[in-house]
Design a protein around this ligand. Structure first.
Ligand SMILES: [Zn+2]
Length: 197
């Protein structure tokens, strides 16, 4: 299981879409970083997202995948497009009281072969929860595919996993941040956009 697309091409697409930001950012973890990946810049460009989704689909094309599942929000787009490329159905998990759950009447056949997909993994928590939810639904999570693994670690998602690209972005404690030391304005990326702090 190895993607045909090169990590260099994935990086090129990330940059072309405007998803790869340079600057000074406060991450949700409280750490600072000189780079941030804003996945919605990627997901808003269907031609670029589709190329990455096709690369994921190609890895799993001959493995009998029957359904593709992903976590809301970003995973909805990815699951839909990978499923379309594979010619199968999709399903979306959404957060209910902090747990990713299949609602909306999504039902899995016993042992149904499911590929779990996610755009960008920082901790792997969401993808791992979807793998678990698939299992709890009685289906078989046979694989997981991530566009960008920026956790800095190998993927541990509870199913055999691949990433199209590994991205190791350095982070700093606020007390020892060279960007703070240089007085560079800091931004907080989030659901409202990227706001100056
Ligand atoms: Zn800083």
């Amino acid at each position: 299981m190895k993607p045909q697309i090169s990590p260099a091409r994935v990086e090129e697409l990330l940059k072309k879409s405007g998803a790869y930001l340079d600057g000074h950012f406060e991450l949700r973890s409280g750490k600072h970083s000189g780079h941030y990946v804003e996945k919605f810049r990627l997901l808003e460009k269907p031609d670029i997202a589709a190329e990455l989704c096709a690369a994921i689909a190609d890895v799993f094309r001959n493995q009998g995948i029957q359904r593709v599942a992903g976590p809301a929000l970003g995973g909805v787009v990815i699951a839909y497009e990978v499923a379309r490329s594979l010619g199968v159905t999709c399903a979306f998990a959404e957060r209910v009281e902090d747990k990713l759950t299949f609602r909306r009447g999504f039902e899995f056949a016993p042992g149904e072969k499911v590929l779990v997909v996610e755009d960008i993994v920082t901790t792997g928590g969401s993808a791992r929860q979807v793998v678990q939810a698939v299992r709890e639904a009685g289906a078989d999570p046979v694989g997981a595919a991530i566009m960008v693994n920026r956790s800095g670690k190998p993927l541990d998602l509870g199913a055999p996993a691949i990433a199209l690209m590994d991205l190791d972005i350095p982070t700093f404690d606020p007390d020892h941040c060279p960007l703070c030391a240089d007085g560079i304005p800091i931004y907080m990326p989030g659901s409202k956009g990227t706001e100056k702090k």
